[in-house]
Ligand binder design. Structure first.
Ligand code: TYM
Length: 324
């Protein structure tokens, strides 16, 4: 199976990124081909500061490696180091109907708010389609918010194949985990940087505890029974615990006598223990930046050699590029 996914370096990654996507990347990295990249070209639609973007991209590489991405198994690279992708984007752009992009949520949301969108945001899904089909990807592990983009990718690939009457591109499928398709944030809404309701994966223990303690709960008194299913603390606790642990905490909610503070403390302990080894690995990797740069260079070289083949196929189909 050929796997591919990407993450934007727009800020520190959060639990939604981890449980929705990154954990899947790691679980799937033993496949015959796993390509994971840092989507810095996409991030240009929101970050306009060179130093910040470079720093974020490098930090994202540290994050993925620390969380368990193994460069001996998966190819890790930075999107902009594969210039064949923007080339492929243009070929796709010429078969992209405007109405398809007009309904894509990032653009639509901005427009509905009366904000001016630039062409980069409008054509964002075409670049993403090139990312995906450029590697003949079959499976794209993502959270539910990216499903629409994978569907657009399928449409574009199919349309290109139809127009040129050849199977140039492979049609990809998304892979979304049922239980973590849409991880909620501190307020119960989808966890998202733009809602300010995130918990960062590499949060310092002290800050982590403070954030968890600040989760809004209802005013049921300590003695009274509580409903775990409507409690954001319990929803997040489920991410980190086994079924038996969940059942035990749910029983404590229902029998009464447990304050929300205690549930928050349990969530804090679980989350802290879960990410502690990754925090240590990250500190170690950060002290060896040259090794990380070498991993990224090697990844970009591997990625380019794959995309070159796909691009050559696409160019041959539509009659551009060097004659072969
Ligand atoms: P990005 O950077 O916004 O998010 C990275 C991944 O995290 C998932 N995610 C979530 N999953 C569950 N619950 C949440 N609350 C949550 N928040 C984020 C996202 O679904 C995503 O899988 N456009 C992409 C980057 C990209 C890409 C690609 C992805 C560029 N090219 C090609 C796949 C294939 C994005 O902005 O993801």
């Amino acid at each position: 199976m050929k796997i591919l996914s990407g993450i934007q370096p727009t800020g520190r990654p959060h639990w939604g990124n981890y449980f929705g996507a990154i954990r899947q990347y790691i679980a799937l990295q033993d496949n015959e081909q796993a390509f994971y990249f840092i989507a810095d070209l996409h991030a240009l639609t929101t970050i306009r500061d060179a130093a910040v973007l470079r720093e974020n991209s490098f930090a994202a590489a540290l994050d993925l490696l620390a969380l368990g991405l193994d460069p001996a198994k998966a190819t890790l690279f930075i999107q902009s180091e594969v210039p064949e992708i923007p080339e492929l984007t243009w070929l796709l752009m010429t078969v992209t109907q405007m109405h398809l992009l007009e309904k894509c949520h990032a653009y639509k949301d901005k427009k509905e708010k009366g904000l001016a969108a630039d062409a980069g945001l409008f054509t964002y899904p075409v670049l993403m389609a090139a990312d995906i089909i450029g590697y003949d990807s079959q499976i794209v592990p993502v959270g539910v918010d990216q499903v629409q983009h994978v569907e657009v990718t399928r449409d574009l690939a199919q349309r290109f194949n139809n127009i040129y009457r050849q199977d140039v591109f492979v049609l990809p499928e998304y892979r979304v985990l049922d239980t973590t398709a849409k991880v909620p944030g501190l307020d119960g809404e989808k966890m998202s940087k733009s809602y300010g309701n995130t918990v960062e994966i590499f949060e310092e223990p002290k800050k982590l505890r403070k954030k968890i303690m600040s989760i809004k709960t209802d005013s049921t008194p300590v003695e009274a029974p509580k409903n775990p299913d409507t409690c954001p603390v319990f929803t997040l606790y489920k991410l980190f615990s086994t079924q038996a642990e969940q059942d035990a905490l749910a029983a404590r909610y229902r029998e009464g006598g447990m304050g929300y503070g205690e549930a928050k403390q349990s969530l804090y302990e679980k989350a802290d223990a879960w990410f502690a080894p990754a925090r240590e690995r990250r500190a170690d990797l950060a002290s060896r930046p040259d090794d990380v740069h070498a991993i990224l260079s090697d990844g970009a070289a591997r990625a380019r050699s794959k995309v070159r083949d796909v691009l050559a196929r696409a160019q041959a189909a539509c009659g551009v590029g060097p004659r072969r």
